[in-house]
Design a protein around this ligand. Structure first.
Ligand code: SF4
Length: 445
C-alpha cells in the first residue's frame, strides 16, 4: 500500500521481430494488453481463458500476435490518448501484415467515442464491459453466451485469485465515469460465488479477493454483503475485498473483519473529502461524521488493522475551508495509506462541467499537505509494528536483492528476506518500518 497518486499503469508498446505473415490457423497467437483497474485485470483473465480455449497461444508482443486485444480503461482523460497511441501502432503493424486483427474491450469500448475510434483505427471488434462474452464468438468459440457470462470465473490455479461478485454501480458521483461505462449494479448469486471460491481453493488458491466497484453493496435474494463475506471466509483460507462504499458499509461487516480469522484486517474505504459541503457536491451520499463513526467501529473491531482511503483534492468548488476539513478528517482517521487524486475533469461526468476550477498550484499544495499528513500518520502507526513477530503471506517472490513482498494479517505490506515461493507463509520479526512498508528480518519458521 502506498500514499500516492494512482495512475493507470502504462502498457509499453513492445516490438519484436515476427516475420510478416508468419501466423497460420493452426498456430494462432494473441496478445492481451490491460489498462486500468483491478476489475480490468480480472476481465483480462476471463479473456485469456477464451482465447486459450479457442486455441490461441498467448504472446507478449504485438508483432508476435495475430490478434491483439486492448482491454481498456476510461477513468482518466489521458487513458484514451494512451490507447490511441497503441491503436496507431497497431494500424502500422497491420499494414505490414504482422497483426491481423484488433479488438478493443473494456470501458472505452462502452463509451460513446468508441464508434469514432473503431472507424478511425479500423478496429475489427469493439465490446463494452457487459458483452465481453461476444469476444468468444469472434475467436471462434460456439455458444459462448451461456458459458462466458459475468459469472464466469477468471483466475484458476494461482495462489491468489480475484472473484467478481458484482459489476456496475448505482451511485452517480460527480467525477466518475464508471456508472456510464459499466452500467447499474448487477450482483452475482451467492451460490455461484461460493462455488467458484470452492473450486479455486480446491485448485490451490490460498488467497481470494472479492471484487466489485461497490463490493459492499452486494445483495441477492435477501442476503447482504456480510452474509457473503462470512460464507466465503469459511471456504477460503485468506480473504479480502475491495472497493467499498461508506454508505453500504455495515457495522457487522466491520466487526466480522475483526472476528474472522481468515479475513485480512485491512479496510479500503474511499472517503474523497472531509467536507460535508463537498461530499454533497460529489453526491457521495454520506457526511464526514458518519464516515468517522464507521472508522471508529473498524478500529475497535480490528485495532491492529490497516485502513486506506481515496481522497480527491481540487474538485471544482473546493475551498480552503473544505480542504482544512479534509485535513482534519485525515488526522482523526489516522489512515495507514491513501490514494490521493488531483482532480482532473473527465468528459461525460458532471464535475467536468462544474464552475469553480481550482488553480493547479493550489491543487498541488493541497495534494502535498494531504500526502504529508497521511505519511506522518502511516509512519507513526507502522513504527508500532517494529519488534513484533508476524505471520506473513508471500505475495511476490524474492527480487534480486533477495527480498520477497508479503502481507501480514493486519494488511501491512512487508519486505522480507526469503526465497519462499508466493502463496506460502513465513514468520519473521519486523525490524524496521517506513511510511509505506514494513521490513522484516530472516524468517524463523
Ligand atoms: S461509487 Fe465509486 S464507482 Fe460508483 S460512481 Fe461513485 S466513485 Fe464511481
Amino acid at each position: 500500500m502506498s500514499s500516492t497518486t494512482r495512475s493507470t499503469p502504462r502498457a509499453p508498446i513492445q516490438l519484436s521481430s515476427k516475420p510478416a505473415g508468419r501466423a497460420s490457423p493452426e498456430s494462432r497467437t494473441a496478445c492481451i494488453r490491460t489498462f486500468g483497474c483491478q476489475m480490468n485485470v480480472h476481465d483480462s483473465d476471463r479473456i485469456r481463458r477464451m482465447i486459450q480455449d479457442a486455441g490461441y497461444a498467448e504472446v507478449q508482443h504485438y508483432e508476435d500476435a495475430d490478434l491483439v486485444i486492448l482491454n481498456t480503461c476510461y477513468v482518466r482523460e489521458n487513458a484514451v490518448d494512451r490507447v490511441k497511441g497503441h491503436l496507431g501502432e497497431l494500424n502500422r503493424l497491420r499494414r505490414e501484415g504482422r497483426v491481423k486483427k484488433v479488438a478493443l474491450t473494456g470501458c472505452i469500448g462502452a463509451a460513446e467515442e468508441s464508434a469514432t475510434l473503431k472507424q478511425t483505427y479500423n478496429i475489427d471488434l469493439v465490446l463494452g464491459t457487459h458483452n465481453t462474452y461476444e469476444l468468444a464468438e469472434f475467436v471462434g468459440l460456439p455458444t459462448m453466451r451461456e458459458t462466458y457470462t459475468p459469472e464466469l470465473p477468471g483466475t484458476e490455479g494461482g495462489h491468489n485469485a480475484f472473484v467478481t461478485i458484482m459489476t456496475g454501480c448505482n451511485y452517480q458521483c460527480s467525477y466518475c465515469i464508471v456508472p456510464t461505462v459499466r452500467g447499474r449494479m448487477l450482483c452475482r448469486p451467492m451460490g455461484s460465488v461460493i462455488g467458484e471460491v470452492e473450486r479455486l481453493v480446491a485448485g490451490g488458491t490460498g488467497y481470494v479477493t472479492l471484487l466489485g466497484q461497490t463490493v459492499d453493496a452486494w445483495r441477492h435474494e435477501g442476503k447482504r454483503f456480510c452474509d457473503l463475506l462470512e460464507a466465503v471466509s469459511e471456504s477460503a483460507p485468506r480473504v479480502w475485498f475491495t472497493t467499498s462504499h461508506p454508505s453500504n458499509m455495515e457495522d457487522r461487516t466491520l466487526r466480522a473483519i475483526g472476528e474472522r480469522d481468515t479475513i485480512v484486517k485491512r479496510l479500503h474505504l474511499p472517503v474523497q473529502s472531509g467536507s460535508d459541503r463537498m461530499l454533497k457536491v460529489m453526491h457521495r451520499g454520506y457526511k464526514a461524521e458518519r464516515y468517522r463513526r464507521k472508522i471508529e467501529v473498524f478500529r475497535e473491531a480490528a485495532p491492529d488493522g490497516t485502513l486506506s482511503t481515496d481522497i480527491i483534492v481540487g474538485h471544482p468548488g473546493e475551498t480552503e475551508e473544505d480542504h482544512e476539513q479534509t485535513l482534519e478528517l485525515v488526522e482523526d482517521c489516522a489512515f495507514d495509506a491513501a490514494y490521493i487524486f488531483k482532480f482532473s475533469p473527465r468528459r461525460g461526468t458532471e464535475a467536468a462541467a462544474l464552475p469553480g476550477a481550482v488553480p493547479d498550484a493550489v491543487v498541488q499544495r493541497r495534494f502535498l499537505e494531504v500526502l504529508r499528513q497521511i505519511e506522518q500518520n502511516a509512519f507513526a502507526r507502522n513504527q508500532r509494528k517494529v519488534g513484533g513477530v508476524e505471520e506473513i503471506y508471500i505475495r511476490h517472490g524474492s527480487t534480486e536483492d533477495g527480498k520477497a513482498i508479503g502481507e501480514t494479517w493486519s494488511g501491512h505490506a512487508v519486505h522480507v528476506k526469503t526465497d519462499v515461493a508466493p502463496g506460502n507463509y513465513v514468520k519473521a520479526r519486523i525490524e524496521g518500518a517506513g511510511p509505506h512498508v514494513l521490513y522484516a528480518g530472516e524468517p524463523s519458521g
